[in-house]
Design a protein around this ligand. Sequence first.
Ligand SMILES: NC(=O)c1ccc[n+]([C@@H]2O[C@H](COP(=O)([O-])OP(=O)(O)OC[C@H]3O[C@@H](n4cnc5c(N)ncnc54)[C@H](O)[C@@H]3O)[C@@H](O)[C@H]2O)c1
Ligand SMILES: O=c1ccn([C@@H]2O[C@H](COP(=O)(O)OP(=O)(O)O[C@H]3O[C@H](CO)[C@@H](O)[C@H](O)[C@H]3O)[C@@H](O)[C@H]2O)c(=O)[nH]1
Length: 435
Amino acid sequence: MRIAVLGTGYVGLSTGVCLSEVGHHVICIDVDQQKINRLRQGISPIYEPGLESLLLKNTAAGKLHFTTSHQEGLEKAEIIIIAVGTPQSNDGAADLSYLVQAAKDVSAHLKPDAIVVIKSTVPVGTNDYVRSIIANHTKKPFKMVSNPEFLRQGSAIKDTMKADRIIIGSEDNEAALKIQEMYRPLNVPVLMTNVKSAEMIKYASNAFLATKISFINEIANLCEAVGANIIDVANGMGKDKRIGEAFLQAGIGYGGSCFPKDVKALLHTAGQYGVDFSLLKETISINESQRQLLVKKALERFQQLKGKKFAMLGLSFKPDTDDMREAPSIVISRLLHQAGAEVIAYDPVATENAKKVIGNTIQYAESVEEAIKNADALLLVTEWEEFKKLDLAEVTKQMKQPIIFDGRNSLAEDKIRACSKIEYYPVGKPSIVIN
Ligand SMILES: NC(=O)c1ccc[n+]([C@@H]2O[C@H](COP(=O)([O-])OP(=O)(O)OC[C@H]3O[C@@H](n4cnc5c(N)ncnc54)[C@H](O)[C@@H]3O)[C@@H](O)[C@H]2O)c1
Ligand SMILES: O=c1ccn([C@@H]2O[C@H](COP(=O)(O)OP(=O)(O)O[C@H]3O[C@H](CO)[C@@H](O)[C@H](O)[C@H]3O)[C@@H](O)[C@H]2O)c(=O)[nH]1
């Protein structure tokens, strides 16, 4: 099939690359000339494991192309997948301006009878809205399908190739079957539904997962208060198949380009329809306070933070990505800077992006060694594999004081206990102090 994808962000690029990998002819369109230039040279504009090799392979095989021209990209496409951003606007609603522009671009160059697929995360009713925009701008016939995306950053290729499910929402059976056919080589379970349910499935899934994280974070806070251990508690809960083991990792809150904005957008939709979804308000408020947890713990330990030097390990919102959107490191940096502390941060891949968001309120190191030198405390913010492998006995020797606040419970207890002198403060489980 001949497929055009609008937007070469995480979703558009992963989708385009994977659909070409399974044999389709894909052209990816982006308005960002720099991104397209890099992609044409076989360079991925985002850090995503496995993406670049598939990009090179399928470009070389002539199945994957990149352009900034909507005309070139759209004129032959039977299927047009819209994967542009839907960021948060000031009132919490999803900002649909990129989508509206994409709809206009599509209508200008649409091949008659093409199927327009909305993959971007959009509030209930948006597919109908986009349909009306396109219909107002062209007389050519077209069909629409809602096909929300569930990939995670850091495992986008694996999640696309081996998805748990594909949701196809359409009022047009023929169009729905054609999209099912497009995905057939992936051999993934497909759920057909109407458009509004498809739109809702995406928000309900993200809001549920975010709520699961806020729930386990509150349980972790309670575990600390009563002397229980969140690792054992989550493990014991997760063994119940009705609860499930995934997304029960307590820490310093959820971040990223999706959960924060999607929970707020769903809350906004609820408000528009007069539904008081107070559970979501709590999910958000618990997450906001959880992001401050390491600073609160540091304040408890040191009484005051002015002049203290903190080594911050990890900047991206999760490992295996260089994405800084809504990363807890942003809040932590701001609070420590306001308190007059010095922060020197290291991240394996996100430093350049972090500089654009956090700026010069903190310093950036090129290695763990540089960050920890003479630090009063280490804050583990993102659980990169590199940090789990650290020789903690050596790390603590390089620091001014051997104090570690582990925001992701990611350091192994035997390594901590092997240190001759350490203060280790995790989340939701007992601290370890060796004098
Ligand atoms: N990032 C994720 O992990 C993820 C996962 C599932 C769903 N989503 C949803 O998918 C959508 C895209 O997310 P993303 O993170 O890939 O976005 P992104 O912001 O990283 O990328 C969007 C791209 O679209 C391009 N673009 C904007 N307008 C365009 C137009 N008119 N024509 C062509 N290109 C255009 C931009 O230049 C940009 O490169 C959002 O709705 C998001 O909520 C994201
Ligand atoms: O047990 C957990 C699991 C995750 N997180 C945090 O939650 C955030 C989101 O993590 P994750 O879901 O792995 O990454 P995303 O790439 O943001 O993916 C989410 O958002 C995407 C965009 O909508 C969806 O497609 C995915 O299904 C959904 O998992 C990160 O800050 C994680 O640190 C926790 O704190 N505890």
